[in-house]
Design a binder for this molecule. Structure first.
Ligand SMILES: [Zn+2]
Length: 175
């Protein structure tokens, strides 16, 4: 994906779009062609934002897949997770500031397991298991949440969540 920036970015949906709250369905073999067609536009949108993850519901697709890339600036390490699941999580928790391309300009500290074991299918069709920690673990958990209709603000107190959602609505109105 050398010229990914040249691909028109797929528009990213902003909360409170209903599709962001829906449970996705598993990707089946017959969905793979459509999934592949959507990847370049999704990667382009993620890199352009710039962001480190993007889940299918964020572009209006009710399918269980997401992209992540937490490589340093100037480097690329794209990962496509198909039908991902968190199968183990550490007891150790970590608090990290999170944002979301569907909640632009909104950030908050979110507490999650510091490391997780994630199982997903790759584009090649292989089942992959990865033990990840730190930023990649946070990012993968955030993206897998999206596939279950969960946003990072759902991990906050209702007071904080409502404050962020109100601020977001206000900012979007002013655009
Ligand atoms: Zn997000």
């Amino acid at each position: 994906m050398a010229d990914i920036e040249a691909v028109p970015p797929t528009p990213i949906l902003i909360a409170p779009q209903a599709v962001l709250r829906r449970q996705t369905r598993d990707v089946k073999p017959e969905d793979m062609a459509m999934l592949r067609e959507n990847l370049p536009g999704m990667f382009s949108a993620m890199y352009k934002a710039p962001g480190i993850g993007l889940a299918a519901p964020q572009v209006g697709l009710g399918l269980r897949f997401a992209l992540v890339d937490v490589a340093n600036e100037g480097e690329r390490d794209p990962i496509v997770m198909i039908n991902p699941e968190v199968i183990e999580e550490s007891e150790t928790l970590v608090s990290r500031e999170e944002g979301c391309l569907s909640l632009p300009n909104q950030y908050a500290e979110v507490v999650r397991p510091q490391s997780v074991r994630v199982r997903f299918r790759t584009l090649a069709g292989d089942v992959e298991e990865r033990e990840v920690d730190d930023l990649l673990a946070t990012c993968m958990q955030h993206e897998i949440d999206h596939l279950d209709g969960i946003l990072f603000v759902d991990h906050l107190s209702s007071l904080k969540r409502n404050m962020i959602m109100r601020r977001l609505a206000k900012e979007q109105k002013g655009r």
